[in-house]
Design a binder for this molecule. Structure first.
Ligand code: ADP
Ligand code: MG
Length: 322
């Protein structure tokens, strides 16, 4: 998944704790293999994962996939519909234009993006949960699960930890956090929200218990050209960077939902993002704009403490419209 995964487990029995860690990391490996859209290098290549096979057969035919892949795509498309297409996992062709992670990076020609954009539409991902098949209806279409796979793997790893009897754990998969139970001292886990403009700094501290939090930012993967930052969160209708926010954090029960929503809100921007998140049950958000203005949902009032560092200004706590 091209990121660092950190898992902390606290339990009385060391052997049990070590086994839990091993099995939780194995879950990440499994989901990484299923969802990666790039062939594996080393160790020895195994059979291609679901996403590679689905993309390979775009426009040609449906592909038999695992329950995990069905679940990820159903959840992704559910939020794609709710967000008016702000989240769209059929963004593969456009992500290929931007080609993040290459040594030499440059802004692609707009004709190239325009061509790729024609292939982006989550409604052309046909999911058959009965047959457990997926079909991309247009040749050249491709899935990119970079905005959901880490959250989904986090949920599955938590499930494994619970089944092994673990009561206290903290997972952080590249900004996708799940706090299982409390910390070992009985108090909620404390998780810092990174300062989007200073990797050493913290804007706020979240208290979490049996809850997920996911952060998306314009500083995770980007390059600069002509003093402009080109980052990896893309507006599916234009193929260009979403620019109305610099960081989003979503708190939800499910890490999958939090991961999807942090990307979706980033695309929607502060106004639409806030009203969207307030329409969802048991979901909170912290949105930071380029002007360092912070908007927060009122339901986080008791679990979020701002550090006051970095010059960020809390614009207000927004409560549910009635
Ligand atoms: P990170 O991967 O840094 O945790 P995100 O969760 O926000 O950040 O995911 C960003 C990734 O999601 C991109 O690298 C890309 O693979 C994919 N992506 C970018 N824009 C969108 C979008 N509008 N809808 C769905 N996926 C997206
Ligand atoms: Mg995300």
């Amino acid at each position: 998944m091209n990121t660092l995964v950190r898992i902390q487990v606290a339990c009385e029995d060391e052997e049990k704790g070590r086994r839990a860690l091993r099995e939780a990391f194995a879950v990440f490996k499994r989901i990484d293999h299923l969802t990666s859209r790039f062939p594996e290098g080393e160790p020895a290549p195994s059979a291609p994962g679901d996403v590679l096979r689905i993309n390979d057969k775009a426009g040609l035919g449906s592909v038999q996939v695992s329950d995990d892949t069905i679940e990820i795509l159903q959840r992704s498309n559910y939020y794609a519909g709710l967000s008016g297409g702000a989240f769209d996992v059929s963004l593969g062709p456009v992500m290929d234009c931007w080609d993040f992670g290459q040594d030499k990076q440059y802004v692609p020609a707009s004709e190239k993006i325009g061509k790729a954009l024609k292939l982006v539409d989550y409604r052309n991902i046909e999911i058959d949960p009965g047959q457990k098949t997926v079909f991309l209806t247009e040749p050249g279409m491709s899935l990119d699960l970079g905005g959901v796979a880490k959250g989904y793997a986090t949920d599955k790893a938590v499930k494994t930890l619970r089944e092994l009897g673990i009561k206290h754990a903290l997972i952080n998969a590249g900004g996708n956090v799940y706090a299982l139970g409390t910390g070992p001292d009985g108090a909620p886990w404390r998780v810092g929200v990174q300062d989007p403009r200073n990797s050493e700094g913290i804007v706020a501290v979240l208290a979490l218990k049996d809850s997920a939090a996911a952060t998306s930012g314009d500083y995770q993967r980007y390059f600069e050209q002509g003093c402009i930052r080109y980052h990896h969160i893309i507006v599916p209708s234009t193929g260009q960077q979403a620019r109305d926010l610099i960081q989003t954090t979503v708190i939800a029960e499910s890490a999958t939902d939090a991961d999807i929503l942090s990307t979706a809100l980033f695309v929607l921007g502060p106004r639409h993002g806030m009203s969207f998140v307030q329409s969802l049950p048991d979901t909170g958000a912290v949105l930071i704009g380029p002007d360092k203005l912070v908007s927060v949902t009122a339901n986080l009032n008791n679990q979020l403490t701002f550090t006051g560092e970095g010059g960020y200004q809390v614009a207000g706590y927004a409560s549910k419209e009635r």
